[in-house]
Structure formats: structure tokens, C-alpha cells
Design a protein around this ligand. Structure first.
Ligand code: B12
Ligand code: SF4
Length: 528
């Protein structure tokens, strides 16, 4: 049977990285089936397009995975597939919490023939076999022989065959430039950010986060050997293609067990499996100097830190009191001393936020080493403690906000400001942090560093800007480049002076996250 695994875009912005679930389920599919992958972020498709694809490729089963944010699109695409007579199974965090909605048991239309609840590593092979027999159940639950919930231990992790997977759709280097860029240094003909997990679960239970509920508070890790082998496979592929790749360790809190993380990083170094990587780690775990040394030595370049707020009262409200705003600066300095920088994530619209929260946050951000600040709004995702609290208090203004997805829009009223004021705070945060002046300031603050670091921070900031300011077209890029021309000229001039542009290899230290078009990320602190 031919199976299509499809991940929708959210219809507004695009993602810069493929989704791990697709590769994982592909690797877990029983032998004898062919699995095709389509990520709507890389290969945009509409309803007619997916129906045509399913017919043209003689697909027998479609699997769709989606977060809450893109569930409306996922349902529309599922409806289009089902209209061709092909069954659809849906999985992922949203339908796990809202299975009745997907199955049309809540009075609405049915969108899926079957729903896979929770982690589907063990249920997926069963789903495929049932689909072959034409006997899909409505719901697949990960339970053991006694009906108890069972979570994959990750000790037996499948080998994802990165050496042979078709990754064309995920290359961030424009096609026109591939041939030329292949010749630069070790080769830049391709650049991909590949998701790798080393463990699952986070016990912290922040109020707005689905992770503790979904993956459970029991943390599970892959073996170091299996992670190291995966990195070696990825490095080998990049080498043969004369391209580059970076890894995004998608663990929610990569250092949740510091001893284990240190041992993994040591093994990566010992095996020569270092690569440029990004990971999410909570600030409290970055107090450890040895850990930060190992992060730098193993190739860690960007750490995503869910700071959420600089106001301890807000942090306490959302059960994230373990974040100590007083230590943010020291944590960032500790990273910057090793040339590791941070993606700092903030949430506005929290209950103790008042007008001016964004400027107060930026005042602090400006005193920190340069990084990539991102701003979002507190969003009640289904089944989170936050959702339940706001629902009970009658504060949800759009209880089914996902059915009509609006980016950067609140679904409840904060206590100390209006919804419009909260929106204005987010707008202000992005506009100020990514203004030409702020970009110039970030570059200048690294004046004592080699040119490559300054180029790195500049490119990373320009690309990250696309999370909020959609830069989908050429004209949008031209405008951004014109606005930042002074900084660009300055960097180019310095490059000529230093001879950096003469003769390759010009290897930029550190991986900018080159969100080629518009990237959507992270705007509500899912980290660590
Ligand atoms: C990496 C990541 C991202 C990446 C993008 C996704 C990517 N390209 O990988 C980035 C950083 C860009 C991102 C952005 C956002 N993310 Co995010 N992200 C994650 C993260 C950390 C890892 C995802 C992952 O690969 N997990 C590991 C895989 C193995 O797990 P999985 O995807 O759940 O898949 C398993 C099952 O769900 C199931 N399954 C999944 N799909 C399917 C499909 C079928 C057919 C079947 C059968 C089974 C199945 O089987 C898989 C194996 O067991 C998760 C948290 C987490 N640990 O999952 C948050 C998470 C998915 N993100 C979340 C959110 C909210 C966002 C943002 C809105 C903002 C934010 N808070 O981060 C944006 C929106 C992005 C957008 N495009 O609109 C939420 C989603 C909650 C929800 N109900 O929707 C999560 C769960 C974190 C949280 N705070 O709660 N994210
Ligand atoms: S926000 Fe981060 S630290 Fe908090 S529960 Fe979610 S993954 Fe864990």
C-alpha cells in the first residue's frame, strides 16, 4: 500500500524545519509499504492539490499530524482526502486532546476515519495493518496488554535512514544558487535543519504547556550511542552532498537530566559527531559551567530559553516560578562567553502584565548579549491547566480559537489590560527588537569578536524577523535589505579589509538559523 504522511502549514506562515513525526512513522512502517512525505511548509498544497496527489499516486492511506494552530487546515485537507474515498488517520497533540472533534462525535462534521492518541510509535504499525485489511478502528490508544497507558521507552529507537530519505523539499538553499554554493568551502549546496530527539517528557508542568500532559512527567532517553550514530549519519549525508546541516534537538528540555546530557555531549565529542546544533534548555539548568562548556565544545550554537516574563508574579501564576529573572543576564553571559547565543522567548498578556510590559522587557534585553528575542501571547491550548482555569473563570473569549486560526490573537482577556493592549505589546516587542537600529546595535555589540560572529548574528536576526514580519516575496526582502543597508555595508567593508571575502572557505562560525522565507516558530515558550 502507498501511504502519504502529510503535515499542514498553518496557512499564514511557514516553518523552517521538517517535522520529526513523519520521518519517525516512516521508519516504523512495516515492510512492504511505500511512504511518501509532504510537508505543507515546504510544499504548499490546497484541498484540490492533496486530492489530486492522492489520486495521481494511488495512495491507500493518508496520515495527518497537526498542532492546534494548524488543525483547521488539517481538517480541511482531511475532508478533501476522504472525499476521494481514501481513509485518513490523524495524530499529534491536538487530536489527542480533541479526538471527538476529529471524529465528529461532538456534533460537528467528521474529519478522520481514525485517531491515534498520544505517542504513536507502537500503534502506527497496527494502524497500517488495519488499514490494509480495511478495518480501521476509530481510536488507537497506546496501552499495554492490561489496558494500562504505555509509553515507548526510547531505548529501542528506530534508525531513521537519513542517508536515503528524499530531503529535496527541505533544502533552505534556493535552487538557483545550489550549483555555485556547492563549490564554496566544504560546500553550501544544501542547508537543512534536521529535527533529532534525544529524549521525551518534561516534569515541570508549566500551566500553558501541553508537554507534561502529553508525554507525561516520566522522562525517557534514547541511548547515547543511538543519538551519536544518527548525527554521524547526518554528517555523512551533508558531506556527500557538498552541503551543510544543523540539528535541532527537539527535546523540550534538553538538559532536564544534566548528568545524562553531559554524558551524551561527551560521547558526541569523542565520536567526532559534533555538528552545529540548537536545543531548548530552561534557564535554571544553565547555571552549570561544565554543561555550558560541553554545549560549546559539541557544537551547540543557539539555546532556546523560555523566559516567558521578567515579572516573577507572572511566572508564579503560570507555574514557572523556577525561572528566576534575576539570573537571566548571568545565564546569557555564561553562554556568550563561549560564543553560544540564546533565542529568548517571552509571552505577553499574562495576568500581571500591564501596558508597557514590552518596553520593560526590552529595557532588560538591550543590556544582555545579543540574541534572538521572540514574543508571543498567552494562548490557552486545549486540555492545558491554563485552558481549564480560564474556562472555569469564564474568561475565554474564543473557546474554540483553533477553528478560526488568527495568528498573534488572544483567546481570553488578560486581567490588567485589554486584548487590544496585549496585541499592541507584541507588535511593539517585534518592531523594536528587529528594527534596523536594534540589528545594528546587536552587530556592534560583538565588535570585539571575529567578523563571522557579527555576520552570524545579523543574518540570524534578519531571518528571525520573518517570524512576525512575513517576508515571503522578493520585494519584502529588498525592503528589509534597504532598511539595513548601513549595517550591511559596514560588514562588507570590514570583510574586504580583513580579506574574508577573498578566496573560500569562508566558514561562518555558528549556524544562523536561515529561515529562508518566513519562519514560524516558537512564540509561546515551549522549552525549556
Ligand atoms: C520542534 C517543535 C516546534 C518547531 C516546529 C515543528 C517542527 N518542525 O518540528 C518550531 C520550533 C518551529 C515550533 C513552533 C511552534 N510550536 Co512547537 N513544538 C516543537 C516540539 C518541541 C517538538 C515536536 C516534535 O518533533 N516532537 C517529537 C515527536 C516524536 O512527537 P510528536 O510530534 O508529538 O509526534 C508523536 C505523536 O504526536 C504522534 N503523531 C504526531 N503526528 C501524527 C500523525 C499521525 C498520522 C499519527 C498516526 C501519529 C502522529 O506520533 C508521534 C510519535 O509518537 C513540541 C513539543 C514536543 N515535545 O513534542 C512543540 C509543540 C508541538 N509546539 C507547540 C506550539 C504551541 C508551537 C507554536 C504555536 C508556539 C510554541 N509554543 O512553540 C509554534 C507554531 C508553529 C507553526 N508552524 O505554526 C505545542 C503544540 C501544542 C498543541 N496543542 O498544538 C507543543 C506540543 C509544545 C507545547 N508548548 O505545548 N515547534
Ligand atoms: S514550558 Fe518547557 S519547562 Fe515548562 S512544562 Fe513545557 S516543556 Fe517543560
Amino acid at each position: 500500500m502507498k501511504i502519504l504522511l502529510y503535515n499542514p502549514d498553518n496557512g499564514v506562515t511557514r516553518n523552517f524545519m521538517p517535522h520529526l513525526w513523519m520521518f519517525l512513522l516512516q521508519a516504523l512502517t512495516p515492510a512492504g509499504h511505500e511512504v511518501l512525505l509532504v510537508d505543507g511548509n515546504a510544499q504548499p498544497m490546497d484541498e484540490a492539490g492533496i486530492a489530486q496527489f492522492v489520486r495521481d499516486n494511488n495512495i491507500g492511506l493518508v496520515g495527518i499530524g497537526a498542532m492546534t494552530r494548524m488543525i483547521a487546515k488539517a481538517y480541511r485537507m482531511a475532508d478533501a482526502v476522504r472525499a476521494t474515498g481514501v481513509p485518513v488517520v490523524m495524530g499529534g497533540p491536538h487530536v489527542t486532546e480533541m479526538a471527538d472533534e476529529a471524529l465528529g462525535r461532538d456534533g460537528g462534521p467528521r474529519h478522520a476515519d481514525a485517531v491515534a492518541l498520544g505517542e504513536a510509535d507502537a500503534t502506527w504499525p497496527r494502524i497500517v495493518e488495519d488499514a490494509v485489511r480495511g478495518k480501521l478502528n476509530d481510536v488507537y490508544e497506546p496501552v499495554d496488554a492490561f489496558g494500562q497507558e504505555s509509553k515507548p521507552s526510547l531505548k529501542e529507537y528506530p534508525v531513521i535512514p537519513w542517508q536515503s530519505i528524499d530531503l529535496k523539499q527541505f533544502n533552505l538553499v534556493p535552487k538557483a544558487a545550489t550549483a555555485m554554493l556547492q563549490k564554496i568551502g566544504e560546500g553550501w549546496g544544501s542547508f537543512r535543519i534536521i529535527p533529532v530527539e534525544s529524549g521525551r517528557g518534561c516534569p515541570y508542568g508549566c500551566e500553558f504547556c501541553t508537554v507534561t500532559g502529553f508525554f507525561g512527567d516520566s522522562i525517557r532517553f534514547r541511548t547515547n550511542e543511538s543519538v551519536v550514530n544518527e548525527l554521524l549519519l547526518l554528517k555523512a549525508r551533508a558531506r556527500t552532498e557538498k552541503g551543510q546541516m544543523a540539528v535541532f534537538f527537539i527535546d523540550d528540555n534538553f538538559a532536564i537530566n544534566i548528568k545524562r546530557t553531559k554524558s551524551l555531549l561527551r560521547d558526541i565529542i569523542a565520536a567526532g559527531a559534533q555538528c552545529h546544533w540548537v536545543a531548548q534548555i530552561s534557564a535554571n539548568l544553565l547555571r552549570d559551567e561544565e554543561l555550558v562548556d560541553l554545549i560549546a565544545a559539541s557544537g551547540g550554537k543557539w539555546i532556546f530559553i523560555g523566559m516567558e516574563s521578567i515579572d516573577p508574579a507572572n511566572l508564579k501564576d503560570v507555574n514557572k516560578g523556577f525561572n528566576k529573572p534575576g539570573e537571566y543576564a548571568a545565564v546569557l553571559e555564561r553562554l556568550a562567553q563561549r560564543n553560544v547565543y540564546a533565542i529568548t522567548s517571552f509571552i505577553f498578556g499574562m495576568d500581571n502584565d500591564t501596558v508597557g510590559a514590552a518596553e520593560r522587557t526590552l529595557e532588560q534585553v538591550r543590556t544582555w548579549p545579543p540574541g534572538l528575542p521572540i514574543f508571543g501571547l498567552l494562548t490557552p491550548l486545549p486540555a492545558t491547566p491554563l485552558y481549564k482555569r480560564l474556562e472555569k473563570a469564564g474568561r475565554l473569549t474564543r473557546p474554540k480559537h483553533w477553528q478560526e486560526f488568527i495568528p498573534f490573537a488572544m483567546a481570553h482577556t488578560p486581567l490588567k489590560m485589554t486584548i487590544d493592549e496585549a496585541h499592541a505589546e507584541v507588535n511593539y516587542g517585534w518592531a523594536q527588537a528587529y528594527s534596523p537600529e536594534a540589528l545594528a546595535h546587536a552587530v556592534d555589540s560583538l565588535n570585539d569578536q571575529p567578523l563571522g560572529y557579527r555576520v552570524n548574528i545579523f543574518i540570524a536576526r534578519l531571518c528571525f524577523r520573518g517570524i512576525y514580519f512575513p517576508m515571503m516575496g522578493k520585494m519584502a526582502w529588498v525592503k528589509v535589505i534597504a532598511q539595513n543597508r548601513r549595517t550591511i555595508f559596514k560588514l562588507v567593508r570590514e570583510g574586504f579589509k580583513a580579506g574574508a571575502w577573498r578566496g573560500a572557505p569562508a566558514r561562518i562560525p555558528g549556524v544562523p538559523v536561515p529561515v529562508v522565507e518566513s519562519a514560524d516558530a516558537i512564540a509561546q515558550g515551549a522549552d525549556g
